[in-house]
Ligand binder design. Structure first.
Ligand code: SF4
Length: 338
């Protein structure tokens, strides 16, 4: 039985029509679920009982469970248990421009980035669409807030779970329901080229972020095994096509690892690689974890790296740090949740 929170508006409409019901039932149901946040069928007063009974036999209305919440200034980390006992995490961040939620897309991850705590647990399975939607619904209900931005940047590689993540985007952007603007959503990939190509045609208004983390294949191969399958020249060619087609600015994430990718030569090489592109670079001070040997770049090194990019005309920021005290920072999810 499918969970109702994984059903797109179009599929719901098709469902009602195929059951000789009215297509506007989809609008009514979406309105209860996503606008009024009424999840109990018995409380949906304008839907006829026959329709409710059918919905009750055809769909599962259950939720995943919040089992732990950790809080720090401007950040909250949630640990969820799925119905099969697997666990995932989401991180909520308060910014000056709104409230963003970083959702997970898989249980574990197969991409094997060497600096990533989340990827130490191999992929167990993809998340279903409803399991991604429910991260948002439960956190909004818990805090009585509305999330304004979503980043698909938690545990997992979104393009390794393409269909479920894209249905998640269809549901959160539907104007019949949550109605979040496409431009308020960012999908982050470690560089899965076929996913980027598909994505640029399917969702040309949703933001794309690339976990780059190195200016050449030699360093990238050492820290991101994916680059052996999708080398940098092919990745950059695809990103240029993406920018040409969508006219959107791409974000490059660059984790600063001491003595690995933070030299002045790396900064110059990166500037050369990105010259003239509609992009910006987000330098991320690395969050050290017990299990991984990499160290955070020294502050002066990060600032010098930043300056070199800036002087070479590359738009760049140093990411404000979130959640280090609750292990909610980038690459720390699932580090200590069990
Ligand atoms: S950084 Fe992202 S893609 Fe790489 S292992 Fe971690 S979760 Fe997977």
């Amino acid at each position: 039985m499918k969970n109702i929170f994984g059903i797109t508006y179009n599929d719901l409409e098709a469902y009602f029509l195929s059951n000789n019901d009215k297509s506007f039932r989809a609008t009514q149901l979406y309105d209860f679920l996503y606008k009024k946040r009424v999840f109990d069928l018995t409380k949906m007063n304008n839907i006829p009982n026959t329709t409710k009974e059918k919905l009750n036999t055809d769909f599962d209305f259950s939720f995943i469970k919040i089992i732990k919440k950790q809080e720090d200034t401007d950040v909250k980390k949630y640990l969820f248990e799925l119905t099969d006992g697997n666990r995932i995490e989401s991180v909520l961040m308060y910014h000056n421009y709104g409230i963003s939620l970083c959702v997970s897309s898989q249980v574990g991850c197969n991409m094997g980035c060497k600096f990533c705590e989340s990827g130490r647990l191999k992929k167990v399975r993809n998340l279903e669409t409803y399991e991604i939607i429910e991260q948002l619904l439960l956190i909004e209900a818990d805090l009585n807030i509305r999330i304004t931005h979503i980043v698909v940047m938690g545990i997992g590689e979104p393009f390794d779970n393409y269909d479920n993540v894209m249905n998640f985007i269809r549901i959160v952007t539907s104007n019949k329901g949550i109605d979040l603007g496409s431009r308020h959503i960012t999908v982050s990939t470690c560089g899965v080229i076929p996913g980027i190509i598909k994505f640029m045609h399917d969702f040309d208004q949703v933001n794309l972020a690339i976990s780059l983390h190195a200016p050449n294949d030699t360093i990238r191969n050492k820290i991101m095994p994916i680059s052996k399958a999708y080398p940098l020249n092919k990745l950059m060619k695809t990103i240029k096509e993406y920018i040409k087609l969508t006219n959107r600015r791409v974000t490059f994430e660059y984790i600063m690892l001491d003595d690995i990718n933070d030299s002045l030569e790396c900064a110059k090489e990166l500037a050369k690689l990105l010259k003239g592109m509609n992009c910006y670079v987000n330098l991320i001070p690395y969050n050290e974890t017990e299990n991984i040997q990499f160290k955070r770049s020294k502050k002066v090194q990060i600032l010098t790296f930043y300056d070199i990019l800036k002087k070479n005309g590359i738009a760049v920021t140093i990411r404000r740090e979130f959640g280090g005290n609750v292990d909610a920072a980038c690459g720390q999810l699932r580090a200590k949740s069990n």
